[in-house]
Design a protein around this ligand. Sequence first.
Ligand SMILES: [Zn+2]
Length: 142
Amino acid sequence: MVAEAFVVRIPRTMYSEMVAHVTAGYPNEACGLLASKDGRVVKNYPTPNAAEHPDDFSEISPQDLLRIANDIDTYDGEMFAYYHSHPRSEAYPSARDIEWARRNGLYYIIFSLQYHPEPPYARVFSIQADGSVSEGKLELTD
Ligand SMILES: [Zn+2]
């Protein structure tokens, strides 16, 4: 067994909101951002998927990004993780995901709905500037 490189903790209620958001987006990809403050995840920003082909990719519109960044500023938080769903495939970053992630420095939380209508499951990744991918452990907190 490979040791997990890092742990990302998310409040259980927030995780349920994320699951509801990505399930509602099915059969398209759905996306959102998580913000942290002092290293703790504090807020979930589910957004519409602005990608040209939302069944194949996910993207947050510049307007939504700006609105979220402004809100995060009000409590001195930070963008922490980008999350999105893969409606038909494994919860693993696609080549295009890696291309974006290596430039934005966010954790990537990916949900897979490949067993829909079973509930989606999620995996978390850290993607380095050189494109290397490492998987962490998601922990739900009460
Ligand atoms: Zn993806």
